[in-house]
Ligand binder design. Structure first.
Ligand SMILES: [Zn+2]
Length: 446
């Protein structure tokens, strides 16, 4: 159980759960009964720097529990996916969502539900929480409650177009179309005597400011939109906790079909409030740690994005919202807002420029929305290098049928080697450097 800490942790203490079992656990994605294999550990305390290193090695967290599916053996291999926020590209469907949001703020008129009911299907906002819950469900050593069977729970509108079985798309990927459009544009610019590199750079800057404009309220708006970033366990957070919990319960029950007893306040706290980071550091320009970004319409809380702000990225943990606002595609809006938020942080700290969307499973159709937040990169599970999610990577994943692929197989392998001698271990309630630990443990045996 995590407790409130006044200072950020200076070291990391984890309890590793080695699972040497020969049969796996049930999988929420492909419905295999025994196909899911993962490793896990409980983080008693962890620095944001250490957590960032772990997510760059394929780990994720849910509360204080960290997990990593075993790529080569698990039924649904996962790839960490991230967006390069400073180069954000807004797709046509995302632009539609943003314009609809802006129009709603401007005139305050609720659109007819029918008119927009199909748009959310493109952006099933189930996000990472499902995966987290899925992983926790397989860790009986730790008494962590969880939402149930992730992949089964989808709004009926989503269910109508997505099956729960893993599928591989046979359609031409939009990335290819985009590359063709870009090449045609490049040729046109050259023909006009313009510099394509400079043109595309200016375009990137414009896209960043365009995205920010969509979320900037206007005086003439009929609906007042605002967001508030609150640190977990701060007095402001505690004040809003009961209201957040009610919203969470409404979302889980309506959108994912959870029972009321699955959405207790203690579960909400353990799943989306507890974290191993402690209080954000006051050093540096951007505080690191776990935050809830609260979205308000006319002063009423309508959505919450749970995020970890880490030294060089923002990692999305979960997003939940009032189902009555489904017509605005809150899942897509929330992710775009978080990308825009990262861009704001980049101006304060230029090293912080990625937005992590959790895991991507290639053979799971419901995950495809994640690669629409472009440009995006996938973490190669073999080399631990991030690669642009381009046509080549897409073809490779297709050819592997979503299996565990070494994405940068034609490149030299980069391995994250670290000197472990100074890694601290907890032994007999004392923190020891690793190079002193073996001597201690050998004593009783000699
Ligand atoms: Zn599976």
């Amino acid at each position: 159980m995590c407790s409130v800490r006044l200072e950020p942790p200076t070291h990391t203490i984890v309890e590793y759960f080695h699972n040497p079992e020969s049969t796996g656990r049930s999988c929420g994605y492909c419905k295999s009964e025994t196909g899911s294999f993962s490793d896990g550990m409980w983080a008693h305390t962890m620095s944001p720097e250490n957590y960032e290193s772990l997510i760059n090695n394929g780990w994720r967290r849910s509360g204080c529990y960290l997990y990593k599916p075993r790529g080569p053996v698990t039924c649904c291999p996962v790839y960490t996916i991230r967006n390069i926020s400073s180069k954000v590209e807004i797709t046509r469907s995302q632009r539609k969502v943003l314009k609809r949001f802006k129009k709603y703020l401007a005139d305050g008129v609720l659109p007819k539900q029918q008119k927009y009911s199909t748009l959310e299907q493109d952006h099933a906002p189930d996000k990472m929480s499902m995966e987290c819950a899925h992983e926790i469900s397989g860790t009986p050593e730790i008494n962590v409650d969880k939402p149930q069977k992730p992949a089964e729970k989808q709004p009926s509108s989503v269910r109508s177009t997505h099956t729960n079985s893993p599928q591989t798309s046979k359609k031409e990927h939009p990335l290819k179309k985009k590359l063709l459009r870009r090449e045609r544009k490049r040729q046109k610019l050259i023909a006009k005597g313009l510099d394509p590199v400079e043109f595309f750079k200016r375009n990137e800057r414009n896209r960043v400011s365009e995205l920010q404009d969509f979320f900037t309220p206007k005086d003439s708006d009929k609906v007042l939109f605002s967001t508030k970033l609150v640190q977990v366990d701060s007095p402001e957070f505690d004040e809003m906790f009961p209201i957040e919990h009610l919203l969470y319960k409404k979302y889980q029950m309506h959108t994912h079909g959870d029972k009321e007893h699955d959405c207790r306040a203690s579960q909400f706290r353990r799943f989306l409030c507890d974290n191993p980071f402690g209080a954000p550091s006051s050093e540096g320009r951007v505080p690191h740690g776990t935050f809830h970004n609260q979205y308000y319409m006319n002063g009423v809380l309508i959505a919450v994005g749970v995020i970890d702000i880490l030294p060089s990225c923002v990692s999305s943990v979960y997003f939940f919202y009032d189902p009555e606002y489904s017509f605005l595609s809150p899942g897509t809006l929330g992710a775009l807002h978080e990308i825009s938020f990262v861009n704001n942080l980049t101006t304060q700290d230029p090293t912080l420029q990625h937005y992590y969307l959790g895991y991507y499973i290639h053979k799971c159709d419901k995950m495809k929305y994640k690669r629409k937040f472009r440009p995006c990169e996938l973490l190669c599970p073999v080399s631990n290098a991030f690669l642009r999610f381009d046509e080549r990577v897409l073809s490779l994943l297709d050819s592997m049928n979503g299996g565990c692929a070494q994405l940068d197989q034609h490149m030299s392998i980069k391995t994250n080697t670290q000197d472990v001698r100074n890694v601290l271990l907890l032994h007999n309630r004392r923190v020891l450097p690793f190079d002193r630990y073996p001597k201690k443990t050998r004593k009783p045996m000699s």
